[in-house]
Design a protein around this ligand. Structure first.
Ligand code: SAM
Ligand code: SF4
Length: 329
């Protein structure tokens, strides 16, 4: 039977974090010295992730996104991805990556993915270094262009931040004039492993759209799927598109269809909630397929109505805001 929460939302989308580690240090995501990373024994093995998919697929999970941390820093990722692709009949299979390591896999990627999400917050090498604290702009830029050439649909995720990359917003939109790429501007969220909520950017989706409209007045709004988190637009006559994701304004919670599993095997029903349901322990204790399904069903039935409710509960518990690498972006 399909997974339905107590707000009558069908849950069919899983974001699976294969690692909490990363080779960049994006300042909105992680402190400069990183976070306390998990050791190998504490995270799900690939076999355990496959087992979880065997449990979840019959419950209606047919959309899967691999994320992290940076998925490609985990050893043997490609053979895991091939196994998942071949074993499960998925409506959608994708991955989110910072693109730093993609040159190693450019030929194999089109056999795995129709579409990939790539994080890139600036088109300028100095600002990229300032934001990510790593000097990898050229490699990332070359990889993104090579990826577009393969025919994979590329969606760029750019987090919009005060004093960091506001000057990149218009060039990003201009880039879509002749490139078949979708640039999605994301409101910054407080998941940085250190800073508090109050300090984040005031660039919300309305301000971002107004800023873009001031330079590109002829913008068309495009249709998106019912559970889409992105408001989608196109400048009239442009090849590519741009989107805005109100990740902090949380206007999309009413149609949320997703759950997350963190690298350490915690099921999270909302990005903003402090608590998760441990799946690793029962899995390693050899709990039956049916028991595991019951654990998942119970967690989903308690899925928060929206990210505000989840965040309120978090504050009540005095829980600090974690890094997105811990939650699984
Ligand atoms: N390392 C991969 C990457 O950067 O694409 C995948 C994991 S990353 C945590 C997934 C997404 O979360 C990225 O697009 C990143 O920009 C976004 N992200 C991380 N921290 C964020 C924050 N505090 N606010 C908004 N988005 C954030
Ligand atoms: Fe790494 Fe992605 Fe976080 Fe940047 S956003 S530090 S690339 S996990």
């Amino acid at each position: 039977m399909n997974l339905v929460d107590s707000h009558n939302r069908t849950i069919n989308y899983l974001r699976l974090a294969v690692t909490d580690r990363c080779n960049l240090r994006c300042f909105y995501c992680m402190p400069e010295n990183g976070i306390k990373f998990l050791n190998k024994k504490e995270i799900l093995s690939y076999e355990e992730m496959i087992r979880l998919m065997e449990i979840l697929r019959p419950m209606g999970i047919d959309k899967l996104r691999i994320t992290g941390g940076e998925p490609f820093v985990r050893k043997d990722l490609m053979s895991f991805l091939k196994t998942v692709k071949n074993r499960f009949d998925l409506r959608s299979f994708s991955i989110t990556s910072n693109a730093t390591l993609l040159h190693n896999y450019m030929e194999e990627l089109p056999q795995l993915f129709d579409s990939m999400n790539i994080s890139l917050d600036s088109l300028n090498a100095d600002r990229f270094l300032d934001i990510t604290r790593r000097n990898d702009f050229k490699q990332v830029w070359d990889n993104i262009n090579a990826l577009i050439e393969t025919g994979i649909k590329v969606k760029i995720n750019a987090v919009v931040m005060n004093d960091k990359n506001i000057e990149d917003i218009l060039p990003f939109v201009a880039w879509t004039k002749n490139k078949n790429v979708e640039v999605r501007f994301i409101e910054e969220m407080p998941f940085n492993g250190s800073r508090e909520k109050e300090q984040i950017s005031n660039w919300d989706y309305t301000k971002i759209l107004e800023h873009i409209s001031s330079e590109f007045p002829e913008i068309e709004k495009l249709e998106t799927g019912p559970s889409s988190t992105s408001l989608l637009y196109q400048v009239k006559g442009f090849t590519g598109k741009f989107g805005i994701i109100p990740a902090f304004s949380r206007t999309f919670c009413g149609t949320c269809n997703r759950i997350r599993i963190t690298a350490k095997g915690q099921l999270r029903t909302c990005l903003y909630s402090a608590n998760g349901t441990d799946l690793l322990k029962p899995l390693r204790a050899g709990k039956s397929f049916e028991t595991m399904q019951q654990i998942v069903r119970h967690a989903v039935s308690n899925k928060e109505a929206n990210g505000f409710e989840a965040a309120e509960k978090r504050l009540d518990q005095g829980a600090i805001y974690e890094s997105m690498t811990t939650i699984g972006g």
